[in-house]
Design a protein around this ligand. Structure first.
Ligand code: ATP
Ligand code: MG
Length: 381
């Protein structure tokens, strides 16, 4: 008898012939997640297991973050032939509890001498005998006790929700424009959840943005890195570009022009990272640069498809997700972003492409972009 973590996976069930590939990737990701606590990982009969980790609580916390895992339960693995021991263990799991319960048995080993109904009944009786303060409610029990008969018997009380989605590495590569704000870390998490390997671009404008603003972005990248399996953050110096836009272009258009430069540079970095898409944290109408017309102007310089997973989200919905994934607190630290440094008083909400192009013609575009890329720092988080 020993404790194991038993994982169910989400959508991989839907994969036909590709299923072995997705399973292999999932097992790899789980192995990486528990390697620091030296967990032993294996796949058997549509479940992934972890055993013998130095710290099972830590292994549980980590496996719940692995994309592709739907739920994790802390189960007791035991000899399925010893039915008395199974009954005893069931009592142990409910000891000290009050209220109603239900036993829910599943039998994937169809040669097992008892079927699920019999197991439910027998174990249920035994529990009632030993723990008379409990009663059975099969409709709406307060507690469930699960028994799965597979290669062994597995007993557990509550499966815990995990990240869901698909294993990282199965969905291509994308480059996220990562600010220090609330939205873009959530956007990165959402795309990564679909199995996409991510890397990030962050624009900074020293001395207008401080060292602490840079540390903030790296902290956010670190929080996400556990779910994202580690990623590269490209830190791009953006001061010269912003200064020149500020000096030479119409003040109402500086934001949209700046955003087009961000897109152009992110495209180049995506190419270096072999990424197939860009990701931003924009949602329609949230600020002036996120009106339909402004988004159209930014997109027209993007060579890759731009994914905006938050496009239809309200701010509160984004905040809720940020809290769930653990980035909200850090995102709320008050350090400045390069976008907030030169904000125009009346940013154009319906920018005209002709005026933008007129403004951009006054800039040393290629030189500015070349310099920014040359001085980009890459940090592996
Ligand atoms: P966020 O909360 O993600 O900062 P926001 O509501 O502040 O978003 P904007 O400042 O208009 O919106 O930025 C829109 C998007 O542009 C961000 O979601 C992000 O993808 C990208 N972005 C903004 N600033 C930066 C930056 N300094 N570096 C990289 N990407 C940025
Ligand atoms: Mg921002």
């Amino acid at each position: 008898m020993r404790e194991v973590l038993m994982m169910r996976f989400s959508e991989i069930h839907l994969k036909g012939l590709n299923r072995p590939y997705f399973m292999r990737m999932l097992v790899e990701r789980v192995k990486e997640a528990v390697q620091n606590v030296r967990g032993h990982v294996w796949l058997s009969d549509s479940r992934v297991y972890v055993s013998d980790a130095d710290d099972m609580d830590e292994a549980l916390r980590r496996t719940r973050k692995v994309f592709g895992v739907h739920s994790v339960c802390r189960a007791v693995e035991m000899d399925k032939q010893d039915f008395c021991a199974i009954c005893e263990q069931a009592v142990k799991l409910l000891q000290g509890k009050q209220g109603t319960f239900k036993v829910e048995a599943r039998r994937s080993d169809k040669r097992y001498p008892m079927d699920s109904m019999e197991i439910n009944r027998e174990v249920g009786h035994y529990i009632l005998e030993k723990l008379p303060q409990l009663s059975v409610d099969v409709q709406k029990p307060q507690m469930k006790l699960y028994i799965e008969i597979r290669d062994h018997a597995y007993l557990y009380s509550e499966p815990l929700e995990a990240a869901g989605g698909m294993p990282i590495g199965t969905g291509g590569r994308a480059t996220v424009l990562l600010s220090g704000g609330i939205d873009s870390p959530v956007a990165a998490w959402m795309i990564a959840k679909r199995g996409v390997t991510m890397n990030a671009v962050h624009f900074l404008s020293p001395p207008y943005t401080s060292e602490r603003a840079k540390d903030k972005v790296l902290s956010l990248a670190k929080i996400l890195s556990e779910s994202l399996c580690g990623w590269n953050v490209h830190l791009v110096p953006f001061t010269d570009i912003q200064m020149q836009i500020h000096e030479r272009c119409h003040p109402d258009y500086t934001t949209v022009i700046m955003r087009r430069y961000m897109m152009r540079i992110a495209n180049q970095i995506a190419k270096r990272e072999h990424a197939q898409a860009l990701v931003t944290g924009e949602s329609i109408g949230q600020v002036a640069s996120q009106t339909m017309q402004a988004l159209q102007c930014t997109d027209s310089v993007a060579m890759l498809p731009v994914f905006r997973p938050l496009i239809g989200f309200d701010k509160q919905e984004i905040v809720d997700l940020a809290k769930k994934i653990g980035t909200y607190e850090t995102s709320s630290l008050p350090y400045e972003d390069c976008c907030t440094v030169f904000t125009p008083r009346h940013p154009a909400t319906r920018p005209k492409l002709a005026i933008i192009e007129d403004g951009e013609a006054k800039l040393d575009g290629d030189t500015l972009i070349g310099d920014a890329l040359l001085h980009t720092e890459i940090i592996r988080v």
